[in-house]
Unconditional design. Structure first.
Length: 141
């Protein structure tokens, strides 16, 4: 799980670098990121939903189980994957040299995506990992 968080945080950092550089971006970085983003999230989400979430749910009290946190996290996974497709499409276009009509709009899209991922990771670190017995004392880990 920590490795999955690290991979997603690296993705967030790369997207932030791209957002900060707009409209003068590294086109190769855009292409590399676009080619990896959807599959990376799909693989991590599959792991979380088949391994981590069942372990988390098994450690909840009956009152906590009614909060439906994992149901919300699963919905966020779907939203993140859809959003990742849109991000990948934009990055591919930029990477292939298509003109950036609105750097501000692309910046907004990228920031919305990586901010959401970071919030999701923060929730998992604060609530899910402790319940499954994973220590996460290093916030950068």
């Amino acid at each position: 799980m920590k490795r999955a968080h690290l991979q997603k945080l690296r993705l967030c950092d790369t997207l932030e670098i791209i957002a900060d550089a707009l409209p003068n971006v590294d086109r190769l970085r855009c292409l590399r990121t676009a080619s990896a983003i959807v599959q990376l999230l799909r693989d991590i989400h599959r792991f979380e939903e088949t391994v981590i979430f069942p372990a988390y749910e098994a450690n909840l009290t009956s009152a906590e189980a009614n909060l439906a946190s994992t149901a919300r996290l699963r919905v966020e996974h779907i939203e993140d994957q859809c959003f990742a497709g849109e991000v990948a499409e934009s990055l591919l276009a930029i990477g292939h040299g298509e003109p950036i009509e609105s750097a501000e709009a692309v910046r907004f899209m990228l920031r919305g995506f990586f901010d959401g991922l970071r919030r999701h990771i923060a929730f998992e670190r604060e609530h899910v990992l402790p319940r499954i017995g994973v220590s996460d004392t290093d916030p950068a880990a």
